[in-house]
Design a protein around this ligand. Sequence first.
Ligand code: FAD
Length: 357
Amino acid sequence: MVVLSSPSSKPSTKRIDWQAIAREFAQVVGKEGVVQRKEELLVYECDGLASYRQRPALVVLPRTTEQVSALVKICDRYAVPFIARGAGTGLSGGALPIENSVLIVTARMNQILEVDLANQRVVVQPGVINNWVTQAVSGAGFYYAPDPSSQIICSVGGNVAENSGGVHCLKYGVTTNHVLGLKLVLPDGSMVDVGGKVAEMPGYDLTGLFVGSEGTLGIATEITLKILKTSESIHVLLADFTSVEAAGQAVSDVISAGIIPGGMEMMDNFSINAVENVVATNCYPRDAEAILLIEIDGLAVEVAANSQRVEAICRQNGARSIRWPPIRRSASPSGKAVKPPSLPWAKLALIITCRMA
Ligand SMILES: Cc1cc2nc3c(=O)[nH]c(=O)nc-3n(C[C@H](O)[C@H](O)[C@H](O)COP(=O)(O)OP(=O)(O)OC[C@H]3O[C@@H](n4cnc5c(N)ncnc54)[C@H](O)[C@@H]3O)c2cc1C
């Protein structure tokens, strides 16, 4: 649960003058940056964990670090709690307001501030959507590795707070492995920089401390990310099995053979049919008890060899059929790279979440 309040502020016993606070907020972000009508506040009463709901007293939409700092100082002065919110896709209630709180929403902090291909760095505001980062650099053959299934809607700020991971985290790590530096607004409104543009800065690893702290330590207002060069070659294998156990054994055997796939996902029969019912990919056999999607990436020669080994391992574990569908992430002949789209079940999850909310 995430609620920030300044260490110096004590919960107020007085009636809170929300009109006065809203006026002060408006001086910082303009009237259009303050949401106070009840029906508009409803949009912000929960995140992806829609079973818990609480309407915030006010929502405020800053555009810059300085504005966030000024807003937090106002909250501090009035001793009202505030909560950061990115895209509100979190599934653990992190962006859930509490009674009489202010939600500081980063949706308008959506600028990619710097792209430094030579050093493989990108600096973003926290409201930038995860897959915008890859879109910004894919033309030059780079991508941003952490890819939660919500990547088409979740914000980088939320990813930082939740230390989000995705399909590719087995090989490439989660968000903390790709964040080098942060500009932060602390609960008293002060601004600090932690980390920087190089990995392993001297001193305490305050960047590592902040990533995954779920909004409890401050608000990230600028984030320096590491981007990766797209692999020379990528193959994706789809194997279907008559039991979940056989598919699971194939996963263990691939790893114990010393192969770390770029991504490896299993779907059971229920998931396969749910995806086919809703997304209708027509590529997953409805009668399979389990399927494995294994992405093998790296140098072309390595991918060719490992693809054969992985296929053999799947067959040894009784795979009924093996297919090599069109690649999801590739370095094209022109050197342009394409980030993989979310897997169908992830799209399904998004559809279900949207319907629930
Ligand atoms: C369909 C679906 C699929 C998902 N798949 C994955 C997955 O594969 N992997 C995964 O890890 N998660 C997944 N999630 C969960 C969620 O998308 C991630 O946790 C994501 O990182 C949240 O980002 P957000 O912008 O929506 O953050 P929000 O939900 O808005 O906020 C999440 C937390 O971050 C804090 N926060 C937000 N912005 C900031 C900031 N700038 N500074 C400090 N704190 C901040 C909030 O206070 C809150 O505690 C999924 C969710 C859905 C709905």
